[in-house]
Design a protein around this ligand. Sequence first.
Ligand code: PMP
Length: 373
Amino acid sequence: MDRKVYFDNVATTRTDSDVLKTYKDLLDKHYCNSDALYDDAVTISNMMERSRENIAKLLNVEKEEVIFTSGASEANSLAIKGLCLRNKDKKHIISTIYEHSSAYNALRQLEDDFGYDVTYLMPGKDGKIDPEEVRKNLRPDTILVSIMLVNNEIGAVNDIDEIKKIVKKHSGTYFHSDITQGLGKIDIDLKDVDMASFSAHKIHGLKGSGVLIRKKHVELLPLINGGQQEYGIRGGTANALVDIVLAKTLRMALERQKESYRHIEELNAYFREQIKEVKGVSINLDNGIANLINISTPIESEVLLNALNAKGIMVSSKSTCGSKKNEPNRALKALGIDDDHAIRVSFDYENTKEEIDHFISCLKEDIDKYARV
Ligand code: PMP
């Protein structure tokens, strides 16, 4: 079996070769601590600040609002816990049942260990959070509304433009969004979004690299204590070279966004057409983000995953972060979908219709072999 088909682009993407080359070139030349005062260190620090500035320009925010982190998990933790623990006079939070585990478990921690009260909104049949539900649940003591842009299990796209308008009218409440799965796919307007998290490795960048956009008026309690790094909000010697290549990663993702998303939409339509031919398989959501399709099959997902893996096809069942813990899939459960029979197929601009044909033919074989339909 030589052939590999990678349909797990929501879990991570292949590192772009240009990004990798830039990173390797930098690694060859630079090793100084970016906070040191000699010339070689200042060179790195200047490159890092240029990267921060470029990221800010690309996202229409200010340079000081870009906080480098180790990824979206850290950015989510910092946004949620950092904000709430800095502003302890209000202890109510509105979020959703299907946030990524990094956000969800930060919320659970605030409830269990710090006495916060969290309202977890449920998605409607369309997989989305109804902005009206946000309005209804706001209270005088609501400190934070944290709602993801695109759900990483089911692909629902939330109307964060509408949600942020509602939150903005409610003074003293902040709005955070995990934009990890929407960035580089759909347009995002960060005006009136107080904080936003994302990760480089979902847009063909390096692992261990991400950003929290934190608007200037938002005060956060640092979770990693240290010195002056990241405006005193996130301590530790900067992962400067990784931070430097993030600007390039983001620029390339945004430059190719339109064209690559058009291609992904074609793949999505083709997949939906072809899957109709497969007995006992249904698609779990229409009108989600085009690069993610969640399907239910007659085979237990773990069995199917292994069977496909044996044929070189990589897809996932539970979100990769919960895949080894056997945690229930909160997104699927909320929609009444049996998470033991669902798999997530996720495309990228590099995938082809021919790969979909191969996937469909392997899926048919496996269903014939393992399922009783
Ligand atoms: N948020 C979402 C929506 C994600 O899909 C992921 C990645 N699984 C994360 C956060 C965590 O990102 P990272 O791997 O950079 O910590």
